[in-house]
Design a protein around this ligand. Structure first.
Ligand SMILES: C[S@@+](CC[C@H](N)C(=O)[O-])C[C@H]1O[C@@H](n2cnc3c(N)ncnc32)[C@H](O)[C@@H]1O
Length: 211
C-alpha cells in the first residue's frame, strides 16, 4: 500500500468530547509511535496493543505498517480499521477475545477518565493483554495518577510531556515500565527553559561574588 492510501485508511475521526476524546497533537503522536517502533525493532515477534489511543494506532501504522497492532476502542467509528479493531469497554476489563490474552509484547493505554476506578480497570486489561515477564508498558494519563500507576503497574513517569490538539487543564505524563533514556527525555522547550534559568543564575552569582 502506498503512503497516500495508508493516510486515507488511517485518517482520524473528529473528537467526540462526550466520549472523553482528546487527540494527541502531531508531535506527541509521532514521538510515541517512533518509540513503539524502536521497541519493536528490539523484539523477535513484536505485537502492539493500543488501548483507547486511536491516534497512536494511526500514526504507528503510518510509520511502521508491518507491525502487528490491535486497537481496543469503545468508539465503533474505528471499526474502519477492520480486524485490527476490537470493541472495548473499560467497565468490562477482561471481556475480550481469548486469543488476545497475554499475547502483546507492547501495551500502550490512555484511559478515558482520571478516576481511580478507571485506572484500576484499565490496569486489569493491561495485565490481561501483556505477555508475562516480557512486555513494555506505556501509560498516558494525568500527573495525578502517578502514585496509582506505580502501585498498580510499577510504572514511572518519564520526561516527555504528551500534548493534545485541544488544550487540556490537566498536566499529562507518559508512564513506562522501562527506562527509555534520552529518547523520551524532556522536550526541547523545557531544556531551553532550563538552560535559560541556569544562565540567569550564573550571571546573578557572578554579580554577587563581585560585590
Ligand atoms: C483520553 S482519550 C485518549 C485518546 C488519545 N489521546 C488519542 O489521541 O488517541 C480516551 C479514549 O477512550 C475512549 N473511551 C471512551 N469511553 C470508553 C469506555 N467506556 N471504554 C473504553 N474506552 C473508552 C475514547 O473513545 C477515547 O479514544
Amino acid at each position: 500500500m502506498d503512503l497516500k492510501s495508508l493516510r486515507r485508511l488511517y485518517k482520524l475521526v473528529a473528537e467526540d468530547w462526550r466520549l472523553s476524546q482528546f487527540w494527541y497533537d502531531r508531535q506527541t503522536a509521532e514521538t510515541i509511535a517512533a518509540e513503539v517502533a524502536t521497541l519493536c525493532e528490539t523484539l523477535s515477534s513484536p505485537r502492539v496493543s493500543c488501548i483507547a489511543c486511536p491516534t497512536l494506532y494511526a500514526y504507528l501504522k503510518k510509520i511502521a505498517p508491518g507491525v502487528p497492532a490491535q486497537l481496543l476502542e469503545f468508539d465503533k467509528r474505528f471499526e474502519q480499521y477492520g480486524t485490527e479493531f476490537t470493541f472495548y469497554d473499560y467497565n468490562q476489563p477482561d471481556d475480550l477475545p481469548s486469543a488476545l490474552k497475554h499475547s502483546f509484547s507492547i501495551v500502550v493505554a490512555d484511559p478515558p477518565y482520571l478516576s481511580k476506578e478507571c485506572l484500576e480497570k484499565v490496569a486489569e486489561t493491561i495485565r490481561f493483554l501483556s505477555r508475562p515477564g516480557e512486555s513494555y508498558l506505556l501509560l498516558l494519563t494525568g500527573e495525578v495518577q502517578k502514585d496509582l500507576a506505580a502501585e498498580l503497574l510499577g510504572l514511572r513517569p518519564c520526561g516527555f510531556r504528551p500534548q493534545h490538539s485541544s488544550k487540556l487543564g490537566n498536566e499529562f505524563r507518559l508512564f513506562t515500565s522501562y527506562s527509555p533514556g534520552a529518547r523520551l527525555a524532556q522536550t526541547f522547550g523545557e531544556l531551553d527553559q532550563a538552560i535559560g534559568l541556569l544562565s540567569i543564575a550564573k550571571s546573578r552569582l557572578r554579580r554577587t561574588t563581585k560585590v
